[in-house]
Ligand binder design. Structure first.
Ligand SMILES: [Zn+2]
Length: 333
């Protein structure tokens, strides 16, 4: 689709460059995407205005258009391959010029002193980058799940220049000294999210749309939380099961009994049979990794006995043990 730049800007063919510029500035201000957020019609109108101005503000393009007429200009103008319409998405288009014009700065004023790099909300925008963040979880939190608060760097609109990147100065514009023309500054953002029960060390959790913002109205990237689980003092994990080495006294092992052992959520009673050996492993059903969304059943807890012996025996105790050794000899190598 071609466009009549004179009609678009509402000027006639004899209009002087100043009149063309004036007409463009007036209309561009009215339809500027920043002043009409989310308004697709205004955005399209602004693109048309910009394209019309691109043709009429360039004396070579303008004279070709005047000589060839609309159809031929679009088909054959400019190097024989037709007029190249401004590429609004790639940023090749001279936004700095246009922006200066709209804000009141003249062409060639300060435009080259800063890089013009703001996101216009045109369609076909670029999706933002994914970002990675390492989330350190203690062993138990990783197993039972928890809400966590993330502290992230974010890019925010600069408050000094209102995200414009430039400030008005004596009728012209100059780059904002706070954000150095970027229009954005680095800020902090806290983000709360729920970590599901049972996440594993090295696993990634994807938070859709919480990555870096898109450009030109594109959707934001994703935030990838890389889980790093801090090992526990007591428990180790094996799939859905947990393992624990429990110190059990010699007497409990010899005589049997009930001992309390730590579990993930508190304590549980473990029955010791008489004659339990060092290194023997017992299973406590359901005391492993808790059930969660993807995992229907809780895992089990495997307790390995580590027999503790009295360190120093009194003379009386030694006599008793000698007696015991005689009536209940243990196997030896
Ligand atoms: Zn600024």
């Amino acid at each position: 689709m071609s466009l009549d730049p004179y009609k678009t800007l509402g000027v006639d063919k004899k209009a002087k460059p100043e009149d063309i510029k004036k007409a463009y500035r007036k209309l561009a201000r009215k339809y500027h995407p920043d002043l009409n957020p989310g308004d697709k019609a205004a955005e399209n109108k602004f693109k048309e205005l910009s394209e019309a101005y691109d043709i009429l503000s360039d004396s070579a393009k303008k004279s070709e258009y005047d000589n060839l007429g609309e159809d031929a200009f679009y088909q054959r103008g400019f190097g024989g391959s037709g007029y190249q319409r401004p590429n609004f998405e790639s940023g090749e288009f001279a936004w700095a010029d246009l922006f200066n014009d709209i804000l009141g700065g003249g062409r060639g004023s300060k435009k080259s002193s800063f890089s013009f790099n703001r996101g216009f909300s045109f369609g076909g925008g670029k999706k933002g980058e994914n970002r990675e963040h390492t989330l350190s979880l203690d062993f138990r939190t990783a197993l039972v799940g928890s809400e966590v608060t993330l502290d992230l760097d974010v890019q925010e609109p600069c408050s000094r220049c209102g995200g414009q990147g430039v400030l008005s100065s004596g009728g012209g514009v100059k780059a904002c000294s706070v954000c150095l023309g970027r229009g954005q500054v680095t800020g902090r953002q806290t983000l709360k999210t729920f970590i599901p029960a049972g996440v594993k060390d090295g696993q990634s959790i994807r938070l859709k749309g919480k990555g870096w913002p898109g450009e030109n109205g594109g959707e934001a990237g994703d935030l990838l939380l890389k889980v790093s689980v801090v090992p526990d003092e007591f428990f180790t994990r094996q799939g859905d099961d947990l393992r624990l080495e429990a110190p059990i006294s010699l007497y409990d092992c010899l005589l049997g009994g009930t001992v309390e052992i730590p579990t993930l959520t508190g304590r549980a009673n473990l029955k010791i049979k008489p004659g339990t050996q060092n290194g023997q492993t017992m299973r406590l059903k359901g005391h492993g990794v808790p059930a969660s969304g993807s995992q229907k059943k809780a895992g089990d807890l495997y307790v390995t006995v580590k027999v503790t012996l009295p360190e120093k025996l009194s003379v009386e105790a030694q006599a008793l043990v000698k007696q015991l050794a005689q009536v209940a000899p243990a196997s030896r190598v």
